[in-house]
Design a protein around this ligand. Structure first.
Ligand code: ZN
Length: 241
């Protein structure tokens, strides 16, 4: 069984379409979506519609939460606040209902899925380094937890000792070890690489591989400006930061 892993899509249909094209070429069997389908970008309904048709394994991100819980945007920076208020007005009744029903955490095929952190997903705490990861390994019982939220790829491994970060695009999941893995963001990468990021989890081989995909970020940026959303949200797509 091979799952595409997508996170932080942020209403970027150009990036999501390019990712799904590549994922389909890689013969995936299913998909995990780690939340933040909406917020920041110009096409919230298109992204939610597409994910609804492609994945039954979707967890709630903080932007999805804010879209359906007015007042929660107070936790965002001014650009995020402006975008979530705009997003709330765009979303169809069906897509608002879909986001309202998303769980904070799921376990599928023995893999834990959350948006931010497994120990207390409702706090939206970030996992940015080995110390953050160390605090989270007690927060789930499975061997692998996939998460997003920071928009920066990260893989931490623990063999019951201190968490260690692993480099490289492919991780071999070894028995006796446990993993916290962020494959990066589809719709708003922040690691300096503007290409859309996603992963493929191969449960038969016991691997997870990160991929990057070129897409037309300039087109998404132009749509952000045309929608009257903050210019910064468009410009950052071109830099991947
Ligand atoms: Zn996000």
């Amino acid at each position: 069984m091979r799952y595409a892993v997508v996170s932080d899509l942020h209403s970027n249909i150009e990036a999501l379409t390019a990712v799904l094209r590549t994922a389909d070429d890689l013969m995936i069997d299913g998909m995990f979506c780690l939340g933040d389908l909406v917020g920041y970008g110009p096409d919230p309904n298109e992204v939610v519609d597409l994910i609804r048709t492609r994945s039954g394994n979707v967890v709630r991100g903080n932007h999805d939460h804010a879209a359906v819980e007015p007042g929660h945007e107070a936790y965002f920076n001014p650009w995020g606040q402006a975008a979530i208020r705009w997003t709330r007005k765009q979303l169809t009744r069906e897509n608002l209902a879909f986001l309202s029903d998303l769980p904070l955490s799921l376990t599928v095929s023995g893999v834990r899925l959350v948006h931010a952190c497994p120990s207390e997903p409702e706090t939206w705490r970030y996992i940015m380094d080995a110390d953050d990861a160390e605090d989270e390994f007690d927060g789930f019982g499975e061997a692998v937890c996939l998460f997003g939220h920071s928009h920066v790829p990260l893989c931490a491994v623990s063999a019951g000792t201190d968490a260690v970060l692993l480099a490289g695009d492919e991780v071999l999941i070894e028995s006796g070890k446990r993993y916290l893995i962020n494959v990066g963001s589809v719709g708003q990468p922040r690691d300096g690489d503007p290409r859309a990021a996603f992963g493929v989890l191969d449960l038969d081989r016991g691997t997870i591989r990160r991929h990057r995909v070129e897409y037309d970020a300039a087109a998404t940026r132009d749509k952000i400006l045309a929608a009257g959303l903050p210019r910064f949200l468009g410009d950052r797509l071109l830099r991947g930061q």
